[in-house]
Design a protein around this ligand. Structure first.
Ligand SMILES: [Zn+2]
Length: 469
């Protein structure tokens, strides 16, 4: 038989995360021009293909590249300054992000991509907020070669939330800045022409209407229409903290997700980000509209907003993508954190071993996350025709040797230490300790400087001084 050429063949125990959740014990994947062209047993594939490069081996564990479902690159210098500082978004996060110049923003992207790639993440989801950073962020993403769902959008309304004692003489208010929604959404439409939401490129555009506070009714309605027209996601932070719920109640007499329902924007394009304070009625609204949830488990603890009722979201069929949100850019950490926090709250609390299975968490970090972000035609599982987004783990690590249930034990025991290669669209971007597209020593000094700079900008805004150790 005439052998065919492949750019790359990856062998090992292959956890496909396909519809049947097949695991190929002695399998192989052939990659050509960035895509998976064939899968089968290692023996058959060795007969069929000559490969320019071979990775894996009999002991390797091969997974779909992880999907990181929610982050903001420009928050990476400030992450530890926000911990235990609620409410902190206008006080710390936003000024820290705004203070960065374009070059610093580019460094944040590379710093985050470096962390994600070495932890086996092949796709991240970025919600850019500051248009001044946008070209630098896009350029840095393209240079790293990581896949990215990039939701763009800038706020178009001023608001004031009257705090507890201030409400005695004042009220919350909001005021739309005329024309800004239309102008910014025109940029989003242009962005979606360059980076189509269903395109084959590394960047897929999406619509960001970050929150009900800063984005007007016009922005939400027209942004949702653009998302539908382009089959893009509409990404909205909603039900995130008590201040937002209070604000929505004070302005509209409605909770945040109820307000989204009133605006007519809950459909299969909506990704509700966080929704940690969603009431049962609001979870029902998301389920009826077939919306998805982006859930950042470590963020729940780091910023103490709340722990969402994930089993309830799951039981109503809501697709979930797991985000890192800068709180450890590592999906092994995100999966395990979700397992522990929901286990403690819903499993231990109800003496229910089936509160959430580890296999479900692996799905949220791969194929289900891809579905939530409307990327599953391209990535999220290992199947012929999809992009070659692959992570290869060292199955000889002592804690991975006595496997009884591979998907479940990956969630409970594997770490980024076992990642040998991270491959995006057939390119090996992380290879046994080396990042092939990111010059880490070159950005290290810039990253340290950036972190010092941001501490100078927002340090005095913290309630508490930084601990000395
Ligand atoms: Zn966010």
């Amino acid at each position: 038989m005439q052998q065919e050429h492949a750019d790359l063949v990856v062998t090992g125990r292959i956890v496909t995360m396909d519809m049947q959740r097949r695991v190929l014990d002695d399998g192989a994947i052939a990659v050509k021009n960035g895509a998976i062209v064939a899968m089968g047993t290692a023996a058959d594939m060795a007969k069929r293909y000559t490969a320019a490069r071979s990775l894996g081996g009999p002991a390797a564990i091969v997974l779909p590249g992880f999907i990181e479902g929610h982050t903001h690159c420009t928050q990476c210098f400030v992450r530890s300054l926000t911990s235990n500082e609620l409410p902190m978004i206008p006080r710390i996060y936003s000024p820290a992000q705004r203070s960065l110049d374009a070059e610093q923003a580019g460094v944040t992207v590379k710093l985050i991509a470096a962390q994600l790639l070495r932890a086996g993440v092949t796709t991240m989801c970025e919600g850019t907020l500051n248009p001044a950073h946008e070209p630098a962020i896009v350029q840095a993403i393209e240079e790293t070669g990581i896949r990215c769902a990039l939701a763009r959008g800038a706020p178009d309304q001023d608001f004031h939330h009257a705090a507890l004692y201030e409400q005695l003489r004042n009220k919350s208010w909001l005021k739309k800045r005329p024309g800004e929604a239309e102008a910014d959404l025109a940029h989003t439409e242009d962005f979606l022409r360059r980076y189509p939401a269903r395109g084959k490129g590394l960047i897929r555009g999406a619509v960001n209407a970050s929150a009900l506070l800063g984005f007007s009714e016009t922005y939400f309605r027209e942004g949702a229409a653009i998302a539908r027209k382009n089959d893009a996601t509409l990404q909205v932070h909603v039900g995130r903290d008590r201040e937002e719920v209070e604000f929505c109640l004070s302005i509209w007499g409605r909770r945040p997700i109820e307000r989204l329902a009133d605006l007519g924007v809950i459909d299969e394009h909506l990704v509700a980000v966080h929704a940690v304070l969603a009431s049962e009625r609001e979870i029902e609204l998301l389920a009826e509209g077939k919306a998805a949830l982006a859930h950042s488990p470590v963020e729940c603890v780091a910023n103490m907003n709340a722990i969402p009722n994930l089993p309830r979201f799951r039981s109503r069929g809501i697709r979930v993508t797991l985000g890192c949100d800068n709180q450890g850019n590592d999906m092994f950490v995100a999966m395990r954190a979700a397992w522990l926090i929901h286990g403690a709250k819903f499993g231990v609390g109800a003496y229910d071993p089936e509160f959430l299975t580890a296999g479900e968490l692996l799905a949220m970090a791969t194929i289900e996350g891809a579905q939530a972000l409307r990327l599953d035609d391209l990535t999220g599982s290992l199947e012929t025709g999809k992009a070659a987004d692959i992570v290869v783990l060292d199955g000889n690590a002592p804690h991975l040797l006595a496997m009884q249930n591979l998907p479940s034990e990956i969630v409970r025991f594997a770490t980024r230490g076992e990642v040998q290669q991270t491959i995006v669209a057939g390119r090996v971007l992380y290879d046994r300790g080396e990042l092939t597209t990111i010059d880490l020593p070159a950005i290290a000094a810039q990253a340290r400087k950036g972190a010092d700079y941001v501490r100078g900008v927002v340090g005095e805004r913290r309630y508490k001084p930084l601990p000395s150790f």
